[in-house]
Write a protein that binds this ligand. Structure first.
Ligand SMILES: [Fe+2]
Length: 176
């Protein structure tokens, strides 16, 4: 993960938070809500892969996508409920997820190879790992240890998923 991706996400997530904001956890709330939008979109992207994959490996990769969706949805629920716990209001409509997520979706296509699908998932999880890095930095800055803990676990999980997806593709993780 390059420093630049993390810096860009940090800047865009916190640009609406005034430096003079009196809310002591404003950036933590912003990054948790960004994760809510992105995890919802990521689950939708994985669902599309689950439906549109064809080729060698289908028999184990098709159910594997269910596992990945379960993991994303568990993180989504955890981030969202932590946000509510600290006084925030999570995005909760498809429209809000779409407007606020930085992940792009494309119409499903049976033309994509299995490797095309897995490569896209590596991009999605790489973005999520970078977003979680911003979560770690912001929660450190604002002294929110429980939220920091959530981002730590989520980042470890995203990086492990990248390793496994890349191994399936015959490639090194390429994370750090
Ligand atoms: Fe299914």
């Amino acid at each position: 993960m390059t420093q630049t991706i993390t810096e860009n996400i940090y800047a865009s997530v916190t640009h609406n938070v005034s430096p003079k904001s009196t809310t002591k956890n404003a950036k933590t709330k912003a990054v948790l809500n960004q994760a809510v939008a992105d995890l919802s979109k990521a689950a939708s992207i994985v669902h599309q892969v689950h439906w549109y994959m064809r080729g060698t490996g289908f028999y184990y990769l098709h159910p594997k996508m269910d596992e990945l969706m379960d993991g994303l949805n568990a993180s989504l629920d955890e981030m969202s409920e932590r946000l509510i716990t600290i006084g925030g209001a999570p995005y909760s409509t498809l429209k809000e997820f779409d407007e606020h997520s930085k992940l792009d979706e494309t119409t499903g296509s049976f033309e994509k190879t299995m490797d095309d699908h897995l490569a896209r998932l590596v991009e999605v999880y790489t973005y999520l790992a970078a977003l979680y890095q911003v979560g770690l930095e912001v929660t450190d800055e604002e002294g929110d240890a429980p939220s920091n803990d959530i981002f730590t676990a989520a980042q470890a999980d995203a990086e492990k998923t990248i390793w496994m997806l890349q191994a399936e593709r015959g490639q090194a993780p390429g994370i750090k």
